[in-house]
Design a binder for this molecule. Structure first.
Ligand code: ADP
Ligand code: MG
Length: 247
């Protein structure tokens, strides 16, 4: 896909025809300098922005070809968003914040108020905040606020979590807790997790890291890493030259 922003007559080309495949169930860190287009990529993947060229396919569906209603269903049902700023409504309890996505449900998906409250409590339990159901956000620590935001992102039981600098406002201890939570959601619940981050801990534990730079994507898992990094993966016993040649 390709993405440019137009401001008046100025065209700022941000993603220059990038190509990326992500399998269901992957845990991927997206790194790169500020302004390189990481958030832009995440917004397009999440159906928040459809002003790009090229194709983004999720489960075989071309996001460009979805109607506005289908795209908003995709956003609401299949994608959970987590941002650096927790974006909680201060006058609502944790449970009410987590149940907010129920407001955007349509058709068969609309839960009754009781179902929504029950599911919100379930999701708060999933993030370890069962004792904060009735608390107001401003009584929570930063890490707890982010966990409420994650519970809200989980409310619609998404298969894909898109997280934009989720530990950016947290100290390292709280950042680690949030990171552990994302790992559990990925490993135990099979949720595909994409995390845009400057946090070296995340890129260290992520099985796959994609770097965005100069409008391009570099995927370490695909061997785009500098070749001098590779011999470390070779078996310790060097095969005979003839054996190697035969392979
Ligand atoms: P990152 O998340 O990697 O820091 P962004 O995706 O936010 O980068 O931004 C990439 C580039 O696009 C930057 O040059 C930024 O200024 C520009 N940009 C981002 N959003 C907009 C917008 N809504 N309008 C115009 N330019 C934008
Ligand atoms: Mg960004």
């Amino acid at each position: 896909m390709e993405k440019s922003y137009r401001t008046g007559k100025l065209v700022n080309k941000v993603l220059h025809g990038v190509d990326l495949d992500i399998e269901s169930g992957e845990f991927v860190a997206i790194v790169g300098p500020s302004g390189s287009g990481k958030s832009t990529l995440l917004h397009a993947l999440g159906g928040l922005d459809r002003d790009y060229s090229g194709t983004l396919e999720v489960d075989g569906r071309d996001l460009h070809k979805l109607s506005d209603v289908e795209l908003s269903d995709y956003r609401n049902r299949e994608v959970g968003f987590v941002f650096q700023a927790f974006n909680l409504l201060q006058h609502l309890s944790c449970r009410e914040n987590v149940a907010l996505p129920a407001q955007f449900a349509r058709g068969d998906d609309i839960p009754s108020p009781e179902q929504a409250a029950e599911r919100a409590a379930e999701m708060l339990g999933r993030v370890g905040l069962e004792d904060k159901i009735d608390a107001l956000p401003n009584t929570l620590s930063g890490g707890q606020k982010q966990r409420v935001a994650i519970a809200r992102a989980l409310f619609s039981r998404p298969r894909l979590m898109l997280c934009d600098e989720p530990t950016g406002n947290l100290d390292s201890k709280m950042g680690n807790q949030i990171l552990g939570l994302f790992r559990n959601l990925n490993e135990e619940d099979g949720i595909t997790v994409l995390i845009v981050t400057h946090d070296p801990r995340i890129s260290e534990i992520a099985p796959r890291t994609i770097r965005v730079e100069d409008g391009q994507l570099f995927d370490a898992a695909k061997g785009d890493a500098p070749p001098e990094d590779e011999p470390e993966d070779e078996p310790e016993d060097e095969p005979e030259a003839s054996e190697a040649a035969a392979r």
